[in-house]
Design a protein around this ligand. Structure first.
Ligand SMILES: [Zn+2]
Length: 153
């Protein structure tokens, strides 16, 4: 599985690929700035009997949610949708460029839904996981669960 690690203050530490079967107790993630820092992972009670993650190995948090879209996609989609809305309000909605941009947004959205794997994200620290089976009890992002995770610190 691929883990994009964050610390307890939600600062990115880098990414690492691990074999969940081997449960490595410590890893050295590849960080964006090239620095190296050893991170300890807590696998105790992190996996269920079917090998699905039920707790964050970085912080031990048990509240997690699934996310489909990659991080870069949301601002891009919002920008294109806002541009389309502005052009529609100003009466340019039938312009071929506007229609082309909206069709491009639709196609990209469909590709993201069909191709991009689902990630599992920890509410508490923001560490996210991909390339692993996800237990069905993990739902989509819920603002109440996020608030509860923030209060627990
Ligand atoms: Zn966590």
């Amino acid at each position: 599985m691929l883990i994009r690690l964050r610390d307890t203050d939600r600062r990115p530490l880098g990414h690492v690929t691990v074999d969940a079967e081997s449960r490595p107790p410590r890893v050295v993630p590849a960080s964006a700035d090239g620095s190296t820092r050893e991170v300890f992972l807590d696998w105790e009670r992190a996996l269920d009997d079917d090998g699905r993650l039920r707790a964050c190995v970085a912080c031990g948090g048990t509240a997690m949610y699934r996310r489909k879209a990659p991080i870069w996609f949301t601002p891009f989609a919002l920008l294109l949708a806002a541009g389309g809305l502005v052009l529609a309000i100003t009466g340019h909605s039938s312009h071929p460029a506007v229609l082309g941009a909206l069709v491009a947004l639709l196609v990209i959205d469909l590709v993201v839904l069909l191709v991009v794997p689902t990630r599992l994200v920890c509410y508490r620290c923001g560490t996210d996981y991909s390339g692993l089976p996800i237990a069905p009890h993990h739902g989509r992002w819920d603002p109440r669960a996020a608030a509860r995770a923030r209060r627990r610190g």
